[in-house]
Design a protein around this ligand. Structure first.
Ligand SMILES: Cc1cc2nc3c(=O)[nH]c(=O)nc-3n(C[C@H](O)[C@H](O)[C@H](O)COP(=O)(O)OP(=O)(O)OC[C@H]3O[C@@H](n4cnc5c(N)ncnc54)[C@H](O)[C@@H]3O)c2cc1C
Length: 387
């Protein structure tokens, strides 16, 4: 088992680290104002050649896979100390864009080059007000009418709802019940009948909205179906990239918290010595680092064992995401504690890092639901009920 990154991967990592550092000074202002210059962020990620990092070169992508995706987002999360610079990578190469690779040539040819180039960035729209974890209970409908589908429903918590153009949207086709009725199609935010709402204000992940999309008799051409009904598990294979993105988040943010704590504890003095010289402090830093290394092994294994190098396997990526969502907030909370009374003040980055982490605990799948998945894999003969 070789844990060494290739020369090309190391180069990619170095470029993403450098780009991430160039954003670090701005993260505080974006958080405080809950407003970020998203197009400018997009253009800077593009200028460094990091859009479409895991998309095929025939559609203008960088031709990388799940590993390259993870390397880039981890480095951006860590060094920018902000969730925003990895978003252009997500919207040009993450789960929404990757779903198109499961579609037919017509839908790929119509959309993918624009998405990969960042001309029409693509959200993912699964969640509904009454169906989050219970994705198989979603109620947004797509009903055939001639050459079109008529869409009605309500999607919520859509990251980037106010700035992205396209939504890879999960719908129920022709009222078919259960998972077998679910597929995905493209909803362009500018279509008649699409209403984008601001959505709730979050304590973290601030700068662009996680808003709502209300769909009233939206007419979508049948050629814009990405994956039709009866292929739910195939559709979810692309969604596993969402969980890998989450792993990059936990890995990058845990290291950002460690970086902040390591620097602060070597500056701050108490009882006439640097606080890092108290055993409880250097043991805390050692524990943090071992948790980070454990997460790194799980996350990199999920990427390394991805199907065709592209879509992480469900079992591995679920375990990695669950571990990240478990240890990530512990690490950021401990790092904040090591800052003493200064930690929760807005003068220090650690409180923002912690708020962003807490905000993301359920994003992309609640820990309890991930545990259901891990347990189901361990005991395949028992069909544990989700209900
Ligand atoms: C920052 C952020 C960004 C997001 N971005 C997007 C996005 O871009 N697109 C999108 O579609 N969605 C997005 N989401 C939505 C996210 O995926 C959902 O919030 C998540 O799937 C949980 O759904 P819910 O909020 O309805 O919680 P619920 O499903 O109501 O779950 C609440 C709690 O109930 C328990 N629970 C529920 N079901 C089970 C079960 N079967 N077994 C055991 N316990 C259970 C768990 O403890 C769970 O934490 C985002 C969310 C956040 C916080």
């Amino acid at each position: 088992m070789d844990f060494t990154l290739t020369a090309a991967q190391q180069d990619l990592q170095a470029r993403a680290e450098k780009l991430g550092r160039s954003f670090a000074e701005e993260a505080r202002a974006w958080d405080e104002s809950d407003d970020a210059p998203y197009r400018e962020i997009f253009d800077r990620v593009d200028a460094e050649g990091l859009l479409g990092v895991a998309m095929p070169s025939e559609y203008g992508g960088q031709g990388g896979g799940a590993m390259e995706y993870l390397i880039v987002v981890e480095a951006l999360f860590r060094h920018a100390q902000s969730w925003l610079p990895p978003e252009p990578v997500f919207c040009t190469s993450g789960p929404g864009p990757s779903m198109f690779l499961l579609g037919d040539d017509a839908v790929k040819d119509k959309y993918l080059r624009d998405i990969v180039a960042g001309r029409r960035a693509c959200n993912i729209a699964l969640t509904e007000p009454d169906a989050g974890s219970a994705l198989t209970h979603l109620s947004t409908t797509a009903v055939r009418d001639g050459d079109d589908y008529i869409i009605n429903g309500h999607k919520s918590f859509l990251t980037g709802s106010n700035v992205n153009d396209l939504n890879a949207t999960f719908v129920r086709f022709d009222y078919i019940p259960g998972a077998k009725g679910i597929g995905a199609l493209v909803v362009d935010a500018s279509m008649p009948g699409v209403e984008i709402r601001r959505g709730p204000v979050f304590i973290g992940d601030r700068g662009i909205n996680h808003g709502d999309m209300v769909l009233t008799d939206v007419r979508v051409p049948a050629e814009d179906v990405i994956v039709g009904p009866g292929q739910f598990s195939r559709l979810m294979t692309a969604f596993n990239l969402e969980r890998l993105h989450n792993c990059g988040f936990w890995l990058g943010y845990s290291q950002a918290a460690y970086d902040e704590a390591a620097a602060y504890t070597q500056r701050r003095e108490a009882f006439g010595k640097q606080i890092i010289d108290f055993q409880s402090v250097y043991h805390s830093l050692a524990d943090m680092w071992v948790q980070i290394e454990g997460l790194r092994l799980l996350a990199y294994r999920a990427a390394a064992t991805a199907i065709d190098g592209r879509f992480p396997r469900l079992a591995e990526v679920t375990q990695a995401k669950l571990f990240g969502a478990t240890v990530g907030p512990q690490i950021t909370l401990k790092a904040m504690e090591l800052h003493g009374g200064y930690g929760p003040t807005t003068d220090y980055a650690i409180q923002r890092i912690h708020r962003d982490c807490v905000t993301n605990v359920v994003a992309g799948g609640a820990p309890a639901v991930l545990r259901n998945g891990v347990a189901a894999g361990l005991f395949p003969d028992r069909r544990f009920s989700q209900a």
